[in-house]
Design a protein around this ligand. Structure first.
Ligand SMILES: [Cu+2]
Length: 579
């Protein structure tokens, strides 16, 4: 394994015997999480879940006990005090490779017991690979798996040979402790690296920065810990935490300076996490004077068609990713701001992200628009008219279930196929047959972000009345989290049940709502195949030409065959599902 550990995560240790006041950090430069990459086709890493205390003086002064992922090359800071939130190592690998992650749970022993659809067992954890198109069976992305305090679990992910390149992330996902753990900082970034023939080489060589953007709602996380009867153990509530302390961090740092080179495009791999807030980012007022522009490259780890696309606002709900290209022609500083709005929840924040354009001898150049290579499972399905079976379903996030930080109102329940809204029961809501077109109508995704595991979905018709000519949401885009901002309507999404059988989990990605019962799952049944016969891969093309209508056959499916065989075996071996 190769590591870029020379830039180990530069959290500043504060002597625990000294005062709790952390050193004031004036515009520290952004530091990226430790990068762990694959070598000879294999990535091996241990993620240890450890407690630490985050102590900051900006934007307000407080300390907060929380939890983070520590990689095997990082110094354990268990029990220490840090001036930045600890973000897990970035795991970067390619399609066709094997990823081994040993999850070591060093959390405190639980003092409570499971209470269905309420916050419970804060010490129990697991790992979800949000956005990866992989099996939900052990040892893959089985979010029903529980890793108890003091225990470990070996995950192994064989990434199929035609897995699309993209930006994804990982986080804890035990129903009942997800909001506390992921909302408290148990997050890290996953990158499926570009294949040589996936996007133009001019894009592969761009500078890029990982931006794990968290809007941490400390007071709400505290209340969740108190609900589980472990407020003091989990968050040191005696230090006093109020709602006004919620703030943005980038890679765990408050308001770091993100340096980009003048005249050069930089790729930002943005991942957003908050408990139950969404954000609309726009370039701040200083950007225009510096000749700054940004363009959209990918959403939720899938390249948009005719990339890069003109961009005004970046809309992100918890769990969303946005790969954005940014360039300025003049040296100086500018911000990316969170703008207010009826449904953006996070109010106006100038300087959610802070950039500095550094002098460079480069001259500005243009980028050639392209349509990325797309694998079978991402073949256009939203206008499918072939002979494959079409299953039509509806999913409504209906009010109910509580779910505010303190368990108050504002939550949701899943109403599937008009069966009546109900909280999660731990029972499958039905079967989805492998190799079918899934056409799902969504309701309530203007209040609750819709997330589904295993297969991302393609947007159907989009109605955008916001007046944003570049519209962030266009029919045909792929998402795995969808929150409709005010003025935008996306009633139907599509996907094909390709490559995998087994559980497919869907939930509101306001994770406090999920813990409170706004979650469901289905079983994909039948025989896993590479997908619907007439929905097949397309090659990289220049976007000035129409996307090819005579798709290129997909490459070797060795990885898929291995996965399918493994899934069948593991299906038999899988442990019984227990809530
Ligand atoms: Cu919700």
């Amino acid at each position: 394994m190769t590591r870029t550990s020379t830039r180990s995560f530069a959290v500043v240790l504060i002597a625990t015997l000294a005062t709790l006041r952390a050193p004031i950090v004036h515009a520290a430069d952004l530091i990226e999480p430790t990068l762990v990459t694959s070598s000879s086709g294999v990535l091996t890493e241990t993620l240890t879940v450890e407690e630490y205390t985050y102590a900051t003086t900006t934007p307000s002064s407080f300390s907060f006990k929380t939890r983070g992922y520590f990689g095997s090359s990082e110094t354990s800071t268990a029990g220490q005090t840090l001036s930045a939130l600890k973000v897990g190592p970035t795991l970067k690998f390619k399609a066709g490779e094997r990823v081994n992650v040993l999850l070591q749970n060093n959390l405190e022993v639980n003092t409570d017991s499971v209470v269905m659809n309420n916050y419970h067992t804060p010490g129990t954890t697991n790992l979800h690979t949000h956005g990866l198109h992989i099996s939900a069976f052990d040892p893959y992305d089985n979010v029903m798996r529980k890793v108890e305090p003091g225990n470990s679990h070996q995950y192994q992910y064989d990434i199929i040979t035609d897995h699309a390149a993209g930006t994804h992330w990982y986080h804890a996902h035990v129903h009942g402790s997800t909001a506390l753990q992921a909302g408290g900082g148990l997050v890290g970034v996953l990158i499926v690296d570009d294949a040589a023939d996936e996007i133009p080489t001019e894009y592969q060589s761009l500078d890029e920065k990982v931006l794990m953007i968290q809007y941490t709602q400390f007071a709400d996380v505290k209340i969740i810990a108190e609900t589980a009867g472990m407020g003091e153990t989990w968050t040191s509530t005696s230090t006093g935490i109020t709602g006004g302390m919620a703030h943005f961090t980038a890679n765990g740092m408050y308001a770091p300076t993100i340096k980009i080179d003048q005249n050069e495009w930089t790729r930002l791999r943005m991942v957003f996490m908050a408990l139950d807030k969404v954000v609309e980012f726009q370039l701040g007022s200083a950007a225009a004077g510096l000749g700054c522009e940004w363009k959209l490259l990918a959403k939720d780890g899938v390249y948009v068609a005719a990339a890069p696309r003109a961009l005004s606002s970046v809309y992100m709900a918890p769990g969303n990713r946005a790969d954005v290209l940014i360039r300025c022609t003049t040296v100086g500083s500018f911000t990316v701001d969170s703008v207010g709005g009826a449904q953006t929840h996070i109010g106006s924040t100038t300087g959610a992200l802070n950039f500095q354009v550094v002098s460079s001898a480069s001259t500005a150049s243009t980028l050639t628009p392209f349509n990325a290579k797309m694998p079978n499972y991402l073949a256009t399905v939203n206008a499918y008219s072939g002979t494959a079976t079409r299953e039509t379903h509806s999913l409504q996030f209906a009010p109910g279930g509580g779910g505010g930080g303190g368990g108050g109102g504002g939550g949701c329940q899943v109403n599937y196929d008009n069966s009546g809204a109900a909280a999660y029961t731990g029972v499958s809501l039905g079967n989805l047959v492998a190799g079918t077109v899934q056409q799902w109508s969504l309701q309530g995704s203007d209040k609750h972000p819709f997330h589904i595991h295993v297969n991302p979905y393609q947007l159907g018709t989009v109605t955008d009345t916001t007046g944003d000519a570049s519209s962030y949401f266009i029919a045909g885009d792929w998402h795995d989290v969808l929150f409709q901002p005010a003025g935008i309507s996306i009633p139907t999404v599509y996907f094909q049940t390709a490559d995998y059988t087994g559980k497919v989990v869907a939930h509101c990605h306001f994770l406090n709502h999920e813990d409170k019962g706004c979650m469901a799952y289905w079983e994909i049944t039948g025989t896993a195949s590479s997908g619907i016969a007439d929905l097949v891969a397309t090659a990289l093309t220049n976007a000035t030409a129409a996307p090819t209508t005579t798709p290129t056959p997909s490459s070797s499916d060795g990885g898929r065959a291995v996965n399918a065989a493994r899934a069948l075996v593991l299906c038999v071996l899988a442990t019984a599902f227990v809530v």
